[in-house]
Design a protein. Structure first.
Length: 320
């Protein structure tokens, strides 16, 4: 049901392992201390490969334990989930592939891989990682192989690769933010707890009503001669609200009897416009701070936003 959760958990485990191996910190921007293109460092390449293999192995092991153990194996089959959750889950796949590829690309930069090699190997790694998950889904009775997820993964990798090839930098970053909804209605609250979990961490991963995915564009990189701050971005966000089921706000038991029906609640797409900060463009001499900025740049900084949906225009003083 919650396909976007898998790339998130895999991403976290993969990243943690890569950072443990590459303790020098990721070289967010090429500097004099970094290896020039065309002069790979065998030791660092070995460490990068080891980090990826260990991190990915741990991720698949955890996913297998958490998701697949309670569902019997079946023959390989497809599953069309393109119309679920108003495609917020697909936005999660785009973000997951982009972010995993971005982190992998920087690890290969640290290892000294030539420019085009690190772009293609690192850029496609996000899609490669999650394609294996899709294949596992294809053999599980609880899910299925989703072509829509593959298309979303490729979109995230494509955005990353295209920017590196065209500009040798990421002028448009994909980011994530989350706000937890509360429901005064006990029936809605119970439904939310059942679907999304009752704990904050579960809600962040599973509640698509609280997730926003952002395309954050750096203004200075597009207007080089302007006097704009190098770190200033403008972000366009996408989310949705009113969803208490994949395709409708109704649920039936195994006998077909309806036990939850709130089709009176409208399911709405929402678009946002908000200022943002590109943390990787804030100058610092500290490698530790650089690494922290690089990692945190996947999260949208809370800021005011203007929202657009079927219910009209709304102003949010602080959008999480």
């Amino acid at each position: 049901m919650f396909e976007a959760v898998k790339p998130f958990l895999l991403l976290i485990l993969l990243l943690a392992t890569e950072l443990a191996f590459t303790q020098d910190s990721l070289p967010v921007q090429v500097s004099k201390q970094d290896l020039p293109d065309g002069k790979p460092n065998p030791t660092r390449i070995f460490m990068a490969v080891g980090a990826s293999v260990v991190g990915y192995g741990l991720g698949l092991t955890e996913l297998s334990h958490a998701w697949y153990k309670n569902y019997p194996q079946t023959s390989f089959h497809f599953f069309n989930d393109n119309n679920t959750w108003l495609q917020v889950d697909k936005a999660g796949h785009v973000f997951g592939a982009y972010t995993a590829g971005r982190m992998s690309m920087e690890v290969w930069r640290w290892a000294g891989l030539p420019r085009k090699q690190r772009i293609w190997i690192g850029g496609l790694s996000g899609t490669a990682f999650m394609t294996v998950i899709e294949v596992l889904d294809g053999y599980s009775s609880g899910w299925g192989f989703s072509p829509g997820d593959i298309a979303a993964n490729l979109s995230g990798s494509g955005l990353l690769i295209a920017q590196e090839l065209a500009w040798n930098e990421q002028r448009i970053h994909l980011k994530f933010s989350f706000h937890q909804n509360t429901y005064a209605d006990p029936v809605l609250n119970q439904r939310a707890n059942t679907l999304f979990g009752s704990r904050g961490w579960e809600r962040m991963l599973k509640d698509y009503n609280g997730q926003t995915y952002w395309a954050s564009a750096n203004l200075k990189s597009f207007f080089k001669k302007s006097g704009l701050p190098a770190w200033l971005n403008i972000a366009v966000g996408y989310g949705a609200d009113g969803m208490f089921g994949g395709t409708e706000n109704m649920a039936k038991d195994e006998n077909g009897a309806v036990y939850f029906n709130r089709t009176d609640i409208p399911r709405r797409r929402q678009w946002y416009l908000s200022p943002d900060i590109d943390l990787t463009r804030i100058k610092t001499n500290s490698k530790l701070v650089k690494t922290a900025f690089f990692l945190l740049n996947a999260i949208k900084i809370p800021a005011p936003s203007i929202g657009f949906s079927k219910k009209g225009i709304e102003w949010n003083w602080l959008h999480f």
